[in-house]
Design a protein around this ligand. Structure first.
Ligand code: ZN
Length: 176
């Protein structure tokens, strides 16, 4: 049974943490739309009802992109949720973005199954956003490169969830 109360607490926590951030699309949509999209993909397209996975999806960018600490997540959502969020958090002490992207490819196979599902949902949501509401300053080449990089991450973690992998392939098939 999904713990709806905890999932809603995670949504509310993430909304607060991301309250001053916007997405890169032309309308500068509220950032929280993105974590909500991940949780929605997992629950309604992937059939995922695991509480920790849904909470981690909602919280997946809080450590990377806000002041949130792992201890804060541990206290409010427990060790499992905090550890999944950490698994999908880039190491920002590595300042070279290309290196961070390459590390995502290299680490993808070794992360937990919940973290793999969150990563699948993240890439699905991002590919859809790039097609539907692309960042205004992204060239065609940059959009294509993002699609190809996302696929190389997902190709390393295949075998975890056939349903979500099919949703990813569908999103990838719209490559610009
Ligand atoms: Zn994300």
């Amino acid at each position: 049974m999904t713990d709806i109360a905890l999932v809603l607490k995670a949504a509310s926590f993430a909304a607060h943490k991301h309250r001053d951030q916007r997405r890169k699309d032309e309308q500068a949509s509220p950032y929280i739309n993105h974590p909500l999209a991940l949780a929605n993909i997992l629950a309604n397209e992937g059939g995922v009802n695991d509480t920790a996975t849904l909470c981690a999806a909602l919280l997946h960018d809080t450590i990377e992109d806000t002041e949130t600490t792992a201890d804060e997540l541990r206290e409010s959502f427990g060790e499992t949720v905090a550890s999944v969020v950490l698994e999908v958090t880039d190491d920002k002490s590595i300042t070279d973005k290309a290196v961070r992207k390459q590390l995502q490819v290299e680490h993808a196979a070794g992360i937990s199954d919940p973290a793999k599902r969150v990563k699948l949902a993240d890439k699905i949501a991002n590919l859809r956003d790039i097609v539907a509401t692309p960042p205004s300053d992204w060239t065609l080449e940059r959009r294509r490169q993002y699609f190809d990089w996302a696929k190389s991450v997902i190709d390393r973690l295949r075998g975890v969830d056939a349903r979500l992998e099919a949703v990813f392939d569908q999103a990838y098939s719209k490559r610009p």
